[in-house]
Design a protein around this ligand. Structure first.
Ligand code: HEM
Ligand code: HEM
Length: 544
């Protein structure tokens, strides 16, 4: 088998796939489509080794579960799950980039475990208020620690780690500077650590959600992002192909938007009165809409076609989603403060644009689902694509839910209730986190030659998914009852009492999610790079 030169296996490749033998090599004619103009601009020949996966979602597992519950023993010769393929070739001999990507992902995994421990503890405190009472562990301190750690630690570092691979790869160019990326990692980690210590000791930026870190801490974080933006921008600028692949539109833009956002959110002259509220709404939703969303969408535009060995359904839809995301998302911040004293017209604009968000959301999810169409067999055999499928579905569900929440009639019912907490987790967890996991499980084994046990990846998937479903459904029902109770004028304590059972379910589901994260951390360790570089042609299977 030949290996494609670094970077040539960009994901818009048209590659014929051998469904049953995932590890067979093939020489394939490759067509690189640039759908913006709908024309073929390049054609090259290279050979691709199909990417092997194992099954998580498959009828066999379901049959095994049915047989088990019916007391029927499985025939001895039948495996519990579909025969799994192992990765057997490295895709990249650039050992220094592998170590860099792995370092980002390890830090992300560590912040995820820490952040979810804090989230679980906060969740238990809501269900059992007398549990572990101490000023250091008060809900008011734990909550911002949880949110800042999972947003700026886990999700951001995970996405950046993957982007450090995707951008050079799709530009057919080495990363502009590995050293600068290491410096950024240090800055980002120091900022998060300092922020956590300060928040735990009651030092914060005031009650400004998701910007509770004091400005010097966020300044450090922004500097880390700025260096990364320069690094990635220079990589794209020096690319050795004419077109900028759609993934890079999203990724580079996300950095530029976010740096602008952080600066605007921390400038001192917006920190008073209603101006502060408008900026707060702008900041909160640009954070999710112009950082997390474009970053994971950009990564998915690389990983999904790559893992399925087929081109993205429509390049043009990706471009449409990009521009409409920019148009609609930047003006919806005020939907966080419907019925507040900020101008009524501004609220109305935010609501109308929240409906407009349906265009990029439908374009994005439609594009991904249509790319998956016809690849059901590959998805069933894969331990990576199911994460991506779930992420895409929750992108649609969570965004639809958000649009409903923006309407005045429904906002009157759900605002301030736990319904919004359900929405936050359906989006940040179901959408963003699942897509990051999909990328990590797909990429790391190919970089390091080591796979974690397939069973543990499956358990991670199901624990996280079932945990999220229990979490989301219980808080959506509980949140709705909470809102109804307030509207009915019942004493406030009634709404607290009615939430007790739903918060218990949240604590239970949180335990499942936490267990999933511990498994993920272990799996990440199992995918660690070897101590010395391996040759690209060297068999690298780690039979797990
Ligand atoms: C069409 C897309 C979306 C719309 C229209 C939308 C709408 C909304 C609305 C109206 C709220 C405020 C609810 C309230 O406080 O009354 C909200 C909150 C929130 N949304 Fe979305 N949403 C969308 C997509 C997303 C996505 C993709 C994410 C994550 C990546 C996200 C993350 C959040 C978070 C974290 C909050 C909680 C903010 C807080 O703490 O107050 N949303 N969303
Ligand atoms: C073990 C898993 C987790 C548990 C038990 C958990 C628990 C919690 C709790 C108790 C809160 C406070 C809710 C309130 O104020 O009533 C919260 C808020 C939040 N969590 Fe988590 N969480 C978990 C994982 C995550 C992850 C992985 C993310 C993001 C990737 C995340 C994002 C958020 C956000 C954005 C909020 C703010 C919600 C809002 O204001 O609407 N959580 N979480």
């Amino acid at each position: 088998m030949e290996h494609s030169p670094a970077g040539t296996d960009i994901p818009c490749l048209q590659v014929a796939k051998e469904d049953s033998a995932f590890s067979s090599a093939r020489d394939t004619r490759v067509r690189i489509f640039h759908g913006i103009r709908g024309r073929l601009v390049a054609e090259s020949t290279l050979s691709i080794r199909s990417f092997p996966f194992c099954g998580i979602v498959n009828s066999f597992t379901i049959r095994a579960a049915v047989n088990f519950s019916a007391g029927v023993s499985m025939p001895a010769h039948r495996p519990l799950a579909v025969e799994k393929s192992h990765i057997d070739r490295l895709i990249d001999a650039d050992f220094s980039l592998t170590r860099l990507v792995y370092a980002y992902i390890t830090c992300a995994a560590a912040w995820l475990v820490f952040g979810s421990l804090v989230g679980e503890y906060a969740g238990i405190r809501l269900a059992f208020p007398d549990f572990g009472v101490h000023p250091l562990f008060s809900f008011g301190r734990l909550r911002p620690i949880h949110t800042n750690v999972v947003l700026w630690g886990w999700s951001s570092l995970g996405m950046i780690g993957l982007a450090l691979y995707v951008v050079p790869r799709t530009c057919q160019k080495s990363l502009s500077s590995n050293r600068l990326a290491w410096a950024s990692l240090l800055l980002l980690n120091v900022a998060i650590l300092a922020g956590v210590v300060l928040l735990a000791n009651g030092v914060n930026n005031g009650g400004q959600e998701y910007r509770e870190f004091p400005w010097p801490v966020m300044g450090l974080y922004a500097l880390g992002l700025l260096l990364l933006a320069v690094n990635l921008y220079r990589t794209v600028a020096g690319r050795s192909i004419a077109e900028i692949y759609i993934a890079n539109w999203y990724i580079v833009a996300a950095f530029l938007w976010t740096i602008t956002l952080v600066v605007a959110a921390y400038l001192p002259w917006y920190q008073n009165g209603l101006g502060e509220t408008v900026i707060q709404g702008y900041y909160m939703h640009q954070g999710v809409g112009m950082w997390f969303t474009p970053m994971v969408l950009g990564l998915t535009y690389y990983f999904l076609p790559k893992f399925l060995n087929k081109p993205i359904y429509s390049y043009s839809l990706g471009v449409l989603a990009f521009w409409t995301q920019l148009l609609f998302y930047t003006l919806i911040g005020a939907h966080h403060f419907v019925f507040s004293p900020i101008p009524w017209w501004l609220q109305t604009v935010a609501i109308i644009f929240s409906v407009g968000m349906f265009i990029p959301v439908v374009a994005g999810t439609g594009n991904f689902l249509l790319t998956m169409r016809g690849s059901e067999g590959a998805i069933a055999r894969s331990y990576t694509v199911p994460f991506i499928l779930v992420g895409v579905l929750f992108y649609f569900v969570g965004s639809g839910q958000g649009t409903l929440e923006a309407f005045r009639s429904l906002n009157a019912l759900w605002h301030f209730t736990n319904f919004t907490v359900a929405h936050s987790h359906i989006t940040m967890y179901g959408f963003v986190s699942f897509l990051i996991w999909g990328g990590i499980y797909g990429l790391l084994p190919r970089l390091t030659g080591r796979e974690p046990p397939h069973l543990l990846i499956g358990v991670h998937f199901w624990f996280a998914l079932i945990g999220l479903l229990i979490y989301g459904i219980s808080l959506m029902i509980g949140g709705t009852e909470q809102g109804e109770s307030w509207i009915s004028g019942a004493p406030f304590i009634d709404s607290v009492r009615l939430m007790a059972s739903y918060w218990l379910w949240r604590a239970v589901s949180g335990s499942l999610m936490l267990a999933a994260h511990l498994l993920f951390a272990y799996n990440t360790w199992r995918m660690r790079p070897r101590s010395r570089p391996m040759q690209a042609a060297e068999p690298a299977g780690d039979p797990a």
